[in-house]
Write a protein that binds this ligand. Structure first.
Ligand SMILES: [Zn+2]
Length: 218
């Protein structure tokens, strides 16, 4: 028990050190007022700070389990699943290790709108931590035609429904070459036994040249 208490004290003081470093380098007032979703990661990629826009964005998307009080201290990669997880881990670790600030575009669409976001990842100068800023680039009606969530079309012989962990499209079962459809009904009400894979377009974007090396798409 004593060991756990010590660990908790350490975590609290570590997070205070990182927050002090953050607010020395960036104005707290600006971060709190920023409409972009801003968060800070420590060396273990654990969430140390989320600005109010984080909570607003989580609420807008119905993700009440991602409110800051529930995620602070947890690994940010717990919020990510599927094939893009390793992409984000290596992006964060490269910047922590001294790479220049890095930008990355990603989808964050809802059933109602197509949304493209831009993530900027900065390493703090005075502490081993990252400031990540995600701003909205484009929000518009979906361009892909919406398909109905028909289980017989999308559930594979293995009994799973495969959805792309980036663009959130769903793979048609038993069709070659792979066909990925926009099925908003599966976002509103996720089917049972979803497997998170990666579609052809997102595979090329996240892992250019990796198709031949056999990155698992499921
Ligand atoms: Zn995709």
């Amino acid at each position: 028990m004593r060991r756990f208490a010590r660990a908790r004290r350490y975590n609290r003081s570590l997070s205070e050190i990182l927050l002090n470093a953050l607010f020395r380098e960036f104005s707290q007032e600006s971060l709190e007022a920023d409409p972009a979703v801003c968060f800070v990661l420590d060396e273990k990629l654990q969430l140390t700070y989320c600005n109010p826009a984080w909570n607003r964005f989580a609420l807008q998307n119905g993700a009440t389990d991602l409110q800051s009080e529930r995620v602070l201290g947890r690994p940010v990669l717990n919020c990510t699943s599927g094939a893009v997880l390793e992409y984000y881990r290596s992006l964060y670790q490269n910047v922590l290790a001294g790479a220049a600030p890095t930008a990355h575009d990603f989808h964050c669409s809802s059933p109602q709108v197509e949304r493209l976001m831009r993530m900027q990842v900065y390493r703090l100068r005075s502490a081993p931590a990252l400031l990540v800023v995600c701003s909205l680039q484009v929000e518009r009606p979906h361009r892909w035609p919406a398909e109905d969530p028909v289980e017989a079309v999308y559930r594979s012989e293995l009994g799973v429904v495969v959805m792309c962990s980036n663009c959130r499209r769903t793979r048609r079962a038993g069709v070659r070459p792979d066909t990925w459809d926009w099925v908003p009904g599966f976002l509103v009400e996720p089917p049972e036994a979803v497997s998170h894979g990666i579609c052809n377009v997102c595979l090329e974007y996240y892992y250019p040249g990796r198709r031949a090396s056999g990155l698992r798409r499921q």
